[in-house]
Design a protein around this ligand. Structure first.
Ligand SMILES: [Zn+2]
Length: 457
C-alpha cells in the first residue's frame, strides 16, 4: 500500500473544521449541541453518508452517520467511530486566549474542546473523507456517531442512544473507537502511547447524618451539620484500601517494561494491597502521575455537594453530602459504602446512612484483538520508538454505554504531543489546546489504521 499523505488543503480543512466547532458554544450544562451536531452532519452528508439526528430534545440531538459496506462483500460486524461534542465550562478570565476562540498561534489551536473532544470529531471526519474519496472497499459498516451530553453523564447522549436506538448503532457493533488514548506520554526520555481498554466504575452516593432539630440560639451537642463536618473530614483524610486488578497491573507493567529488569520486578509490588500504598510515594515522585496511578488501584470517594437545612436560625435534623465515588475493577457501590461505613463508624455520635444515587460498574475490554493489534502497529509505524500500553482511566466515557451493546471499545484518539504539553493537564484544564502538527499526525495515523483494518480480508 502506498504511503498515505495528506495535502496542505486537506490538513487546513481539518484545522478549520476544528476551529468552527470550538467557536460553537456547547458548554454543558446546558449543552445545546444542535449547531455543532448539524455542522458535523453537514460534513457527513457532503461525503454522501446517510445521516440521522435523534435525541431527547430538539436542542440536543445525536448524530448517527452510516457508511454501509457493499452488499456483495463478506461483512463483519460494524465499527463505530464515536465522539461527543459537548464540553465542560471554561472561565475566560483564567485563559491566555479566549476558550471559544479557536485561536491559532501558529503552533496550537486553542479552545475548550480542542482536545476533549472536538479535535477527534474533526480528525474522524478527515479520515472518513479520505477513505470515501479513495472508495476504500470496507469489509464492514462504518458508523460515525457524534453525541451530546457526555460531560454531564451521557443521559441525553450515548446512554439514551444505546437504550433507544441500538438499531442505528448496528445492533451489535463489534468495535467502538472513542477517547481517551493514543496520545504521547513522555517519561524518562521515552514515548509511551496508552490505548484505553478499561475505565473505572461510578458510584454516586449520598451520605446523610441525623441530629436533633432546635432553635440555633441555644447550644447544641447534637447538631447534624457538625456531625456531617466530622464525617466528611474523616473520609477526606482516609486513604481507601488498594484493590489490585489485572487492568491496573498491566498498565503499570507497561510503563516499567522498557526500564529494565529491576523496574519490571518492582512494578507488581505497586499493586500489592499492603506494600503498594507504602511503595507508591517512593517509586513515583511526580505528584500528578502518582495521583492517577493511585486512582486506578483503589476506589475513590470525593464529597462534592452539601445539603443542609435552612433557615439560618434553625438547627436542621439532617444534613447530607453527595459523594462522587469511583470504583476499581471488580468493585461495586455496596463495597465502597462498606469502606465508607468503616470510617464513619469510628466517629463518636455520628450515625451516617448511605444511599446509592447512581451506579455503573467498571468496564474492561481485551487488548487481544485484531483491531488492537492494528492500532499498535499503526502507532509504531507513526512513531518507531512508541511503547504502546493497554490502559485504564479513572474517569468514564461513552464507552461504558457502548459496552452494553457487546462492543469492544478502545480509547484511540492518536495525538503526538511534545514533551512540554501534558495531556492530563489539558483535559478539562485551563488553556486547553491542540498542537497542529500532532493533530495532523493523528489524522494520518487514524486513517492508516482504519484503512488497513477495514480492508482486511
Ligand atoms: Zn471527553
Amino acid at each position: 500500500m502506498a504511503a498515505l499523505e495528506f495535502s496542505a488543503a486537506e490538513k487546513e480543512e481539518a484545522v478549520s473544521l476544528l476551529q468552527s466547532l470550538i467557536r460553537i458554544d456547547t458548554t454543558n450544562p446546558p449543552g445545546n449541541e444542535r449547531e455543532a451536531i448539524e455542522l458535523v452532519e453537514n460534513r457527513c452528508q457532503s461525503m454522501g453518508l446517510e445521516t440521522v439526528l435523534v435525541g431527547t430534545s430538539r436542542e440536543r440531538p445525536n448524530l448517527v452517520a452510516r457508511w454501509p459496506a457493499g452488499a456483495h462483500r463478506k461483512c463483519e460486524r460494524p465499527l463505530i467511530l464515536s465522539c461527543h461534542l459537548d464540553v465542560v465550562p471554561a472561565n475566560p478570565e483564567q485563559w491566555t486566549h479566549p476558550p471559544l476562540s479557536g485561536f491559532d498561534d501558529g503552533t496550537c489551536i486553542w479552545g475548550r474542546g480542542a482536545i476533549d473532544m472536538k479535535g477527534f470529531a474533526a480528525m474522524g471526519l478527515s479520515a472518513l473523507s479520505r477513505l470515501r474519496k479513495e472508495q476504500t472497499p470496507i469489509n464492514r459498516d462504518l458508523i460515525f456517531v457524534a453525541v451530546c451530553d457526555e460531560e454531564a453523564g451521557t443521559r441525553h447522549g450515548s446512554k439514551w442512544l444505546v437504550d433507544n436506538h441500538a438499531d442505528l448503532l448496528g445492533e451489535n457493533p463489534e468495535y467502538v473507537i472513542n477517547e481517551v488514548g493514543g496520545f504521547t506520554v513522555h517519561q524518562k526520555g521515552r514515548r509511551f502511547y496508552p490505548v484505553q481498554v478499561a475505565e473505572k466504575g461510578v458510584a454516586w452516593i449520598r451520605m446523610t447524618v441525623k441530629g436533633t432539630s432546635g432553635h440555633s440560639s441555644l447550644p447544641s451537642d447534637d447538631n447534624a451539620v457538625v456531625h456531617l463536618g466530622k464525617a466528611i473530614e474523616a473520609i477526606g483524610r482516609t486513604r481507601l484500601p488498594w484493590h489490585p486488578s489485572e487492568e491496573a497491573s498491566r498498565f503499570i507493567a507497561g510503563f516499567a517494561g522498557p526500564d529494565g529488569a529491576a523496574a519490571r520486578a518492582l512494578s507488581p509490588l505497586l499493586s500489592h494491597p499492603v506494600i503498594g500504598p507504602r511503595l507508591l510515594p517512593l517509586a513515583v515522585t511526580d505528584p500528578s502521575r502518582r495521583k492517577s496511578l493511585e486512582a486506578i488501584l483503589r476506589n475513590t470517594a470525593n464529597p462534592t455537594v452539601l445539603k443542609t437545612g435552612n433557615p439560618i436560625n434553625v438547627i436542621p435534623s439532617t444534613a447530607s453530602v453527595d459523594i462522587d465515588g469511583r470504583l476499581a475493577p471488580g468493585q461495586n457501590a455496596a463495597d465502597l459504602i462498606r469502606e465508607l461505613q468503616n470510617i464513619t463508624a469510628r466517629i463518636p455520635g455520628v450515625d451516617a446512612k448511605f444511599e446509592i444515587l447512581e451506579e455503573s460498574p467498571a468496564v474492561s475490554f481485551s487488548p487481544d484483538t485484531p483491531l488492537f493489534e492494528e492500532i499498535e502497529r499503526g502507532l509504531r509505524e507513526a512513531d518507531p520508538e512508541a511503547h504502546v500500553i493497554p490502559s485504564i482511566i479513572q474517569g468514564f466515557t461513552d464507552s461504558k454505554n457502548y459496552a452494553r451493546l457487546g462492543a469492544i471499545c478502545y480509547g484511540f484518539y492518536p495525538l503526538q504531543l511534545p514533551e512540554e504539553i501534558d495531556f492530563a493537564s489539558l483535559f478539562h484544564g485551563i488553556d486547553e489546546r491542540i498542537p497542529i502538527t500532532g493533530f495532523h499526525w493523528g489524522i494520518k495515523t487514524l486513517t492508516q489504521v482504519l484503512q488497513k483494518f477495514l480492508t482486511k480480508s
